[in-house]
Design a protein around this ligand. Structure first.
Ligand code: PLP
Length: 370
């Protein structure tokens, strides 16, 4: 067996994104024990920086050990009990996955569907809350990576509060790339992933829970079905006063996340959001010049994930393959209903820069010419 040596890639797909050298260096820092005082301090620092990135004061703000799907599963298994009614926005792959998790918990899914590539209109959430009495939670995907839609959230937290429902939001592709204002928007449970706009390797799921959500979780009638993701147990590992062993934290990944968060806060959240927005505009404006059109209306476009229509009579897979093998650039294919119809060009975190875009535009033009 040869020494590990994967090809260098420019990651412009739906994630993972490219990683800053400082984060790679953090990964190679010697491992200490997961209860070592040095590591406990690192956990505190991660919590403090995650609060800033999620724009929340929530005490229970942590990094769950596992990818974004672990955060998704954790948010649902902790809140939903058999028979609970849960409103779920269904307009892409990840809304569908959330509905699947809700039904696996014995919850009753109240679907709010929209065409793939369209948002869930906020007034429909209010209508559904009025129609169904005693809804436990409303679940929406902020940045639907499968379609490139940015879901408006601002008004929905108040609707949930007025109907005593918890508001659960997936920010796997938005956190660190577009504003996510957990407290201002009244979000009760919010999860993300490390490998997108946070530009860290995949493996952790940053999460934050409001006190209200924690109260609901602590007052459950039944035990949480998942032992590993039970926040009643995980809380005692992450709380400053307790630090009881629950599982062996992925120490190196936490080092990496700490450094990635430091980089984000050094850049400044507003500056980072502006960079993602400007680079998305730059990409789309220049793609138009080559006749390649965005698939999503400007009002709902997601700067970290740009959905572009595949032109008629073009073998989209062949083009992606050439980009990867001849130019070392990864872009994403369409998923589900959009398979073969769109490309998904990610401009997330470290990957979101002009040099990458100029190189991609050049490579695409050369390939399309032939
Ligand atoms: N939610 C969204 C919006 C995603 O884009 C993804 C992954 O692409 C996930 C959840 C699942 O995350 P992971 O693949 O890290 O488990």
């Amino acid at each position: 067996m040869n020494e590990l040596n994967p090809s260098a890639r420019i990651l412009l797909g739906p994630g993972p994104s490219n990683i800053h050298p400082r984060v790679y260096r953090a990964l190679s820092t010697p491992v200490v024990g997961h209860l070592d005082p040095d590591f406990l301090k690192i956990m505190d620092e991660i919590q403090e920086m995650l609060r800033m990135v999620f724009q929340t004061k929530n005490r229970f703000t942590i990094a769950v050990s596992g990818t974004g799907s672990a955060g998704m599963e954790a948010s649902i298994v902790n809140v939903v009990e058999p028979g609970d009614q849960v409103i779920v926005g269904l307009n892409g792959v990840f809304g569908n996955r959330l509905a699947d998790v809700v039904s696996r918990c014995g919850g009753e899914v109240i679907p709010l569907t929209a065409d793939w590539g369209q948002p869930i209109e906020p007034h429909r959430v209010e209508d559904a809350l009025k129609k169904h009495n005693g809804v436990k939670a409303v679940v929406l995907v902020h940045a639907e990576t499968s379609t490139g839609i940015l879901q408006p959230l601002e008004e929905i937290g108040v609707m949930c509060r007025n109907h005593s429902a918890l508001f659960i939001v997936d920010t796997v592709t938005s956190l660190g790339g577009v504003p996510v204002k957990v407290d201002e928007w009244g979000i009760d449970v919010c999860y993300s992933g490390t490998q997108k706009c946070l530009s860290c390797p995949p493996g952790l799921s940053p999460m934050t829970f409001s006190d209200k959500a924690m109260h609901v979780i602590k007052s459950r009638k039944n035990k949480v079905q998942s032992w590993y993701l039970d926040m009643n147990l995980i809380e005692s590992y992450w709380s400053e006063s307790n630090r009881v062993y629950h599982h062996t934290a992925p120490v190196s990944m936490n080092y990496a996340l700490r450094e990635a968060l430091r980089i984000i806060l050094e850049e400044g959240l507003d500056q980072r959001f502006q960079r993602h927005l400007e680079n998305s505009h730059y990409l789309i404006d220049h793609l138009r010049e080559s006749g390649l059109m965005p698939a999503v209306d400007a009002a709902y476009r997601l700067p970290p994930l740009n959905a572009i229509r595949v032109p008629e009579n073009v073998d989209e897979m062949a083009i992606r393959k050439k980009l990867l093998l001849q130019y070392g650039i990864e872009i994403g294919a369409g998923l589900g209903e959009l398979k073969g119809k769109i490309w998904r060009i990610g401009l997330m975190g470290e990957s979101s820069n002009k040099a990458n875009i100029v190189y991609l535009l050049h490579a695409l033009r050369e390939i399309l010419k032939h």
